[in-house]
Design a protein around this ligand. Structure first.
Ligand code: NAD
Length: 338
């Protein structure tokens, strides 16, 4: 370990925590995972032994540990409020997997607390911003390559999900990514959310609307549509098309491998899962976070972005039981959170 390496604690060693730990210990430069923590002690001990880290059994003590400069939170969303607050109290940069918290009040309290500190320590894990295609699409929009962007159409399809993915969970866990994509691409807030439910796939549990069409109206009046369908049985398909006054652009087609077969059929490759689609984006996200955290700051979506996403998802969940639009309630953005 170099003296200049950022010493990171990883909290939560499930799907995302294991994935991030693997990246941090194999591909990311300038970082050492010194401390690991998981609710399941045996899991933490197994990972610690493998990567040469130390287990700290209590998550708050892991955050406060003197051999920890920065924290990666991959714990379940309902633990984030307490753990992010502990990072702020300790003055340590944190990469918090989405969601920032699971309710708007605790999310805004964090925005206000960080603003009062006067420095940005919280980065939220909206990794699509680090995906080369999304970054290029944003650049195209900002450079005026499409003229005024008028509409965005998103498609978000998973091959399969666990049974607990009900309609509310689909909004909070899946649509949340398009919430951030819409805000990132168009550079404005979401004003309202509407959910249109159609016919559910026969594999959806009773009472779950899968697929759904979610419609965001941005503050400018621009419309963003999102088809969310998480039990396709096919593959992981995430597409985004921006329609502008002078052109349109589409990403996520996976057209890099086109196959023409002798029986007269043709086809391409579809990414089977999120790791194949966004693996590189997670690596870029982590490298930029490590570099920024070493300077005591962030380089990516911050606490306000996390709060705005929570507020939009709250409106989205209300929209599940309402005919028509539900307005997003956003508090005032502190100057320091800009
Ligand atoms: N950015 C993305 O693409 C993406 C994808 C999936 C999940 N996520 C987010 O990542 C986070 C983790 O999701 P996951 O799929 O890895 O979940 P998971 O259930 O696979 O893993 C969570 C881990 O945290 C541990 N844990 C539970 N409570 C804890 C606590 N209080 N302190 C420490 N550890 C605790 C569990 O034992 C488990 O090992 C969630 O916030 C989720 O929304 C983000």
């Amino acid at each position: 370990m170099k003296l200049t390496d950022l010493r990171v604690a990883v909290l939560g060693l499930g799907l995302m925590g294991s994935f991030h730990t693997e990246l941090l210990t194999s591909r990311i430069r300038g970082v050492q995972v010194t401390v690991v923590n998981d609710f399941v002690q045996a899991k933490a001990e197994e990972v610690a032994a493998r990567i040469g880290a130390r287990v700290v059994a209590d998550p708050i003590e892991a955050i406060k540990d003197p051999e920890v400069d920065a924290v990666l939170l991959a714990t379940p969303g309902n633990t984030h409020a307490e753990q992010v607050n502990a990072c702020l109290d300790a003055g340590k940069p944190v990469l918090c997997e989405k969601p920032l918290t699971t309710d708007v009040d605790s999310a805004y309290a964090i925005v206000a607390k960080e603003a009062a500190l006067g420095k940005q320590l919280i980065q939220v894990g909206f990794m699509r911003r680090f995906d080369a295609e999304y970054a290029a699409l944003r650049e195209l929009i900002v450079d005026g390559g499409l003229g005024n962007p008028l509409m965005v159409h998103c498609t978000h399809r998973n091959p399969a999900v666990p049974p607990h993915f009900n309609s509310e969970f689909m909004i909070r866990d899946s649509v949340v990514h398009e919430v951030d994509v819409a805000r990132f691409l168009l550079g404005e807030e979401i004003a309202s959310v509407q959910v249109i439910k159609g016919v559910a796939t026969s594999t959806a549990p009773e009472g779950t609307n899968d697929p759904m069409l979610v419609i965001f109206e941005m503050t400018s009046g621009r419309i963003v549509t999102d088809e969310i369908y998480v039990r396709t049985g096919v593959a992981y398909e995430v597409r985004t098309e921006v329609v502008g006054e002078s052109g349109s652009a589409l990403i996520g087609l996976d057209q890099n491998l086109q196959v023409k077969s002798t029986d007269g059929r043709w086809g391409g490759r579809i990414t089977p899962g999120f790791v194949e689609r966004f693996g590189q984006a997670y690596a870029v996200e982590l490298q930029r976070w490590v570099d920024a955290a070493g300077q005591g700051t962030i380089d990516g979506p911050g606490a306000w972005d996390g709060y705005a996403a929570v507020a939009v998802c709250e409106a989205g969940v209300q929209a599940l039981t309402v005919d028509g639009k539900v307005e997003v309630q956003l508090q005032t953005r502190p100057e320091a959170a800009r």
